[in-house]
Design a protein around this ligand. Structure first.
Ligand code: NDP
Length: 247
């Protein structure tokens, strides 16, 4: 693989599984030093070992994006270890689907705090460093940030929130040379749906996913690497990737 990101530093949130893990691998394969953050230390340690064995420079971050102090510490540790930050991938997220009437509202709190506020805290902490290096921020949104269905309203609201925040951010920072990339995957085969607490909602999404050829985490990682390796005058603002079989 070409080393287009040689000398660059990337921080990936939610790197302990799924899309974040694949993205950290792909960024490292492209030559970036990678800081990998999440809460499950054992999973991060396994990934760090694999990346190190492959010759990458890696920093493991104990990160809970719902905690602003944790976000600030993760960015500070990355800059301290690698000397700066070029690419922030705001990937950490939860998808606790279910109908609004009768919902367990603690699911809502977790989704809003993780998907929206966590992404905002990370962006806020990283922005001065991204401005300094004319870097890029990649926001992991979803097709759920462009379309809405019954039974997914709060998850939709978080991803629409991500898209709104990101377009405002783009308008604020484009003159600094910072690029903002929103990635909107359709159904990807990951652990995301395993955490759904509403049994009917979980069965429904599992049924839909298993009836099609799902995207793999690497399909989205490829899109991220493509976006952040474009020439400096090219700003890829939005990438929507669905499985071919997804309606
Ligand atoms: P996974 O469940 O495999 O990954 C989610 C990641 O987020 C994990 O690494 C998890 O790490 C991390 N995470 C969750 N909460 C926190 C937190 N509070 N602080 C830090 N990290 C956290 O699912 P995916 O890879 O599918 O999800 C990644 C992103 O992709 C999400 O934003 C999701 O909304 C989005 N997406 C996924 C789609 C899919 O079909 N899979 C489709 C469209 C978008 P840990 O638990 O160790 O902290």
């Amino acid at each position: 693989m070409s080393q287009q990101l040689q000398g660059k530093v990337a921080l990936v949130t939610g790197a302990s599984s799924g899309i974040g893990e694949a993205t950290a691998v792909a960024l490292a394969e492209a030559g970036a030093a990678v800081a990998i953050g999440a809460r499950r230390a054992d999973r991060l340690a396994g990934l760090a070992q694999r990346l190190t064995d492959a010759g990458a420079r890696v920093l493991t971050l104990d990160l809970d994006v719902t905690d602003e102090a944790s976000c600030r510490a993760a960015v500070a540790a990355t800059v301290s270890e690698f000397g700066g930050l070029d690419v922030l991938v705001n990937n950490a997220g939860v998808m606790l689907l279910g109908r609004i009437n009768g919902a367990d509202t603690t699911d809502w709190t977790r989704m809003v705090n993780t998907n929206v506020l966590g992404l905002m805290f990370m962006t806020h902490a990283a922005l001065p460093h991204l401005v300094e290096r004319k870097g890029a921020v990649v926001q992991m949104s979803s097709t759920a940030g462009r379309t809405v269905r019954a039974g997914t309203g709060v998850y939709n609201a978080t991803k629409w929130g991500v898209n709104a925040f990101s377009e405002s951010l783009r308008q604020e920072v484009y003159q600094d040379g910072v690029r903002v990339v929103v990635v909107e995957p359709g159904i990807v085969a990951t652990e995301l749906r395993e955490h759904i607490t509403d049994a009917d909602a979980k069965a429904s999404i599992v049924r839909s996913a298993e009836s099609i050829r799902q995207l793999q985490p690497e399909d989205i990682a490829n899109a991220v690497v493509w976006a952040v390796t474009q020439p400096a005058h090219v700003s890829v603002n939005e990438i929507l990737v669905r499985p071919t079989d997804q309606g």
